[in-house]
Write a protein that binds this ligand. Structure first.
Ligand code: AMP
Length: 116
């Protein structure tokens, strides 16, 4: 069988190494390879979903879980009180570079605004 070409599927399966900080409940969280803030973690579903545009009602529970796991990791990282940003990039104009749904968790410093 041909190798799964999706980078984040391969990180979720453990085929490609990453600094994984959480695995469970169909979710994997790992540190971004090019951090944009002191804490920069990506939270992904293990199941392949190419992005927010592909989310339907069957994913409601999974999408909620991604946000809840992100909030739990923020507490573990000690940034729950100081605050953090969750970002989902969809498509070209948003600069989505990996076509597998992922939530960025950014924090640990004052984050820049505006975003657009
Ligand atoms: P996006 O631009 O929203 O698609 O975000 C993709 C993110 O994945 C970027 O912040 C990249 O730095 C990050 N990234 C790409 N390859 C890896 C990798 N092998 N391990 C961890 N993070 C990665």
């Amino acid at each position: 069988m041909a190798a799964n070409p999706c980078l984040f599927c391969r990180i979720a399966s453990g085929e490609i190494p990453a600094t994984v900080i959480f695995r469970g409940e169909g979710v994997t969280a790992f540190r971004d390879i090019a951090p944009q803030a002191p804490t920069h973690v990506l939270i992904i579903p293990d199941q392949h979903i190419s992005g927010a545009a592909e989310v339907t009602g069957v994913h409601d529970e999974m999408v909620g879980r991604l946000v809840r796991v992100a909030a739990e990791i923020a507490r573990q990282e000690g940034i729950a009180e100081s605050g953090y940003r969750l970002i989902v990039n969809q498509g070209r104009d948003a600069g989505q570079s990996v076509p597998h749904l992922h939530v960025h968790l950014l924090g640990g410093a004052q984050l820049r605004v505006p975003l657009g």
